[in-house]
Write a protein that binds this ligand. Structure first.
Ligand code: HEC
Length: 173
């Protein structure tokens, strides 16, 4: 292997790392809270997002952490770090918009990886998931842009009344 080849390969790797970092920075800006409604935050495009200030997470980020670890972590790993079976959502969520996320989780997915079939189950009929999809999205978004560290958030905002009301109607209806 020529040293010229090695140095251009290195340049490509460095470029990829730089692009990744730029993308993470870009996504972080996009994920900034632009408005708030009853303790729930939205970005400038109106998609749900997190708000983390002085280590205190908004209620939805906290609840998303709990719901994720109830229904998703068996395959996607603790804190969205991934497993040999399913992708690391704490990374791939950077490339997924809100609508795509909702449809993948509702409908599921199947593909063949290295000759083996892997299955992402459909959760569209599972209230324990679909009543909290925004929460899970918000939590994973915070993980993906590096705003939420690994583990259980130590401090959280109180549960907004709007969250209690939505939960009652979604779980009951
Ligand atoms: C039984 C294992 C399993 C469980 C449980 C599971 N997933 Fe998945 N998920 C997968 C697999 C496998 C894939 C990759 C599917 C593919 O590439 O076709 C995947 C893919 C995804 C993707 C697309 C990621 C990407 O990089 O394209 C999202 C988003 C996702 N899952 C969200 C969730 C959420 C949210 C939950 C919990 C409510 C969940 N998954 C629970 C196995 C699982």
């Amino acid at each position: 292997m020529s040293s010229r080849f090695i140095s251009s390969a290195l340049a490509v790797v460095l470029l990829l790392i730089a692009t990744d970092a730029a993308r993470a920075e870009d996504s972080k800006e996009k994920a900034a809270s632009a408005s708030e409604e009853d303790g729930k935050h939205f970005d400038a495009d109106g998609n749900p997002t997190f708000k983390i200030e002085n280590g205190v997470v908004d209620w939805y980020t906290f609840n998303g952490y709990r719901r994720y670890h109830a229904d998703c972590h068996v395959c996607h790993g603790p804190d969205g770090e991934g497993s040999s079976y399913a992708p690391a959502l704490a990374k791939t969520m950077i490339n997924l918009d809100y609508g795509t996320f909702l449809s993948i989780v509702a409908e599921g997915r199947k593909s063949v990886v290295g000759g083996k079939e892997v299955v992402m189950p459909a959760f569209g009929e599972n209230k324990n998931v679909y009543c909290y999809l925004d929460d899970i999205y918000i939590y994973l978004r915070a993980r993906a842009v590096g705003a939420a560290p690994r583990g259980r958030p130590p401090k959280k905002a109180d549960k907004p009344e709007a969250a209690t009301a939505y939960e009652a109607s979604c779980m009951g209806g």
